[in-house]
Design a binder for this molecule. Sequence first.
Ligand code: ATP
Ligand code: MG
Length: 140
Amino acid sequence: MVERTLAIIKPDAVKKDVIGDIIGRYEKAGLRPIAMRMIRLSKDVAEGFYAVHRQRPFFGSLTTFMSSGPVVVLVLAGDDAIKRHRDLMGTTDPKKADPGTIRAVHGTNIEYNAVHGSDSPDTARFEISYFFPEMDLGVQ
Ligand code: ATP
Ligand code: MG
C-alpha cells in the first residue's frame, strides 16, 4: 500500500553537509520526496512536534538540539513507506543501528542521530499536517 511518512534531516546532518547523500538514499530506496522545506525550528515548534515526549528526561535537550540550526523536512511517499523508512534509518542509537543504515553512517549518538521518521500511520498524519498543513491528507 502506498503510504506517506514524514522525514526530518536533523541539524547535525545538515551541518555535516550530507543532505544530498540522505535524500539520495531515500530515492534509491523508492521513497520519493513529494514535499520538502528547509527551515529553522523555533524551540516552541520543536516542543509542539515532540509533544509526546514532554515527560521524557531528554525533552529539553532534544528540543534545544532540534532548534539549534536548520533542518530539512520532507514528505516521502512509497509502498509501505513508514516501515521501510524506519528500516532505512536504523534504530535510535547509531551505535546499535545496523551497518549501512542512515543513522549508522551519519549519526553521532542517541540524540544527534541525523534523521527522524514517523513511526505509525497516525503519527505520520499528525507530523505531515504539522509541517505541511496545506497537503491533502486524504491520500495516506
Ligand atoms: P525519531 O522520533 O527522531 O524518528 P526514534 O523514534 O528512533 O526517533 P524516539 O524514542 O521517538 O526515537 O526519540 C525521539 C528522539 O529523541 C530521538 O530520535 C533522539 O534524537 C532523541 N532521544 C531518544 N532517546 C534519547 C535519549 N535516551 N537521550 C537523548 N536523546 C534521546
Ligand atoms: Mg520517534
